[in-house]
Ligand binder design. Structure first.
Ligand code: FES
Ligand SMILES: [Fe+2]
Length: 378
């Protein structure tokens, strides 16, 4: 966030503290529980918001050098994200054009070419079919037409997005103004530090939603992060389909004694960006956490990919110890407090215990998210 915006935001937080307020939505909103349980709704979400929209995958250094690649299941689409020899990030369906084998698994570096593990067809990193063993048996195959299926990959602001299908959506339009913040952080030089996959029995939207209000901090997290942050006090802003919540630490009030020009927002907050449709992106002073939530085959199953990025490579033991401690607390809080709670919510929804949930005026991010989602799949 730009420095002038940080000063404005600190003022906004202080006003809320003094007045005992937060950002408010115009009214209460009801969200039907079918949004979490209905198979037809589930199918529509996968086919629209995950396929025809640029989905945030990670930061540029996820594939830092030519030949670096990662694989990703984007709501049922197996994808390879690779940096080609010219340095351009590309995304392909992870499917061999011969008989459909997966070309690569996991992640790796220094790849010169894709070589299918099944019958060794080879493809260049920009997707062209190169080699066919026993080529005479495929003499009717036009190689120019048998390259890998390419998807739209976008690298901007140090971030990588993939849009699996459809007319490419302009990334700046998709970000809806959030790029003003993003371009100030210098994500180009951030490094991936840690990654883990969490599978849970809840609808994929419950992961982003758990980060969308601070109303519960003092209750659910009273013994962990609750005491560190203000509860029920979060300036909220929307950027098209995306949004930002600023979660202030209590010590932010100490800035009052310092000149405004010295005010820095980031060390005094966690800034929660939601990248539509599925990514919670938490900006903190020393690291960024990305919680990328995907449908995992059924309305009540999610796969959450948690990635931590740091501004510098974490190399010394001291730095490692620092990050382990901080990141462990953050991840444990979500994984041991929020996610079990969300599983309970999902179980109630599956048993049709009520027909809707209710979002208060103090939960504007949730209202924005659910109305945006409804509009996107309509
Ligand atoms: S499936 Fe890839 S070479 Fe046969
Ligand atoms: Fe929480």
């Amino acid at each position: 966030m730009r420095h002038e915006d940080q000063i404005q935001m600190v003022r906004r937080v202080m006003r809320h503290v003094e007045e005992g307020t937060t950002s408010y939505a115009p009214g209460v909103h009801r969200n039907p529980i079918s949004a979490y349980t209905d198979p037809e709704r589930f199918r529509r979400e996968q086919e629209t918001v995950f396929r025809k929209w640029p989905v945030l995958i990670g930061m540029s250094n996820l594939v830092a050098e030519p030949g670096d690649y990662v694989t990703e299941d984007i709501a049922g689409i197996p994808a390879i994200i690779v940096r080609d020899r010219q340095g351009k990030v590309r995304a392909f369906r992870n499917v061999c054009r011969h008989r459909g084998a997966r070309l690569v698994e996991g992640e790796g570096c220094g790849l010169k070419m894709f070589s299918c593990p099944y019958h060794a067809w080879t493809y260049t990193l920009d997707g062209r079919l190169k080699g066919i063993p026993d080529a005479k048996s495929f003499d009717e195959v036009d190689r120019a037409e048998q390259g890998l299926f390419e998807m739209t990959a976008i690298e901007k602001y140090g971030l990588i997005f993939v849009q699996p299908e459809g007319e490419p959506v302009d990334i700046d339009e998709a970000l809806g103004g959030m790029q003003r913040d993003l371009e100030s952080y210098g994500f180009e030089s951030f490094h991936p530090y840690r990654h883990l996959t969490i599978r849970r029995k809840f609808n994929w939207k419950l992961s982003p939603e758990t980060f969308m209000e601070g109303y519960h901090l003092q209750y659910l997290h009273k013994d962990t992060v609750g005491p560190i942050f203000f509860s029920n006090l979060m300036p909220f802003d929307e950027f098209g389909r995306n949004s930002r919540l600023v979660v202030p630490r209590r010590r932010i009030m100490e800035l009052k004694d310092r000149p405004e020009d010295d005010w820095k927002l980031i060390p005094e907050t966690a800034i929660v960006y939601t990248f539509f449709p599925n990514v919670t992106f938490i900006m903190q002073a020393g690291h960024v956490e990305m919680w990328r939530s995907y449908p995992d085959g059924a309305p009540d199953r999610a796969r959450v990919e948690v990635s931590v990025y740091t501004p510098q490579k974490v190399e010394t033991e001291k730095a490692k110890a620092y990050y382990e401690k901080n990141i462990d607390l953050a991840i444990a809080t979500v994984d041991e407090e929020d996610f079990p709670l969300s599983e309970g919510i999902q179980a109630g929804h599956m048993a049709a215990m009520q027909d809707h949930v209710t979002y208060g005026r103090n939960e504007p991010a949730l209202i924005h998210y659910c109305t945006t989602m409804e509009a996107a799949i309509a």
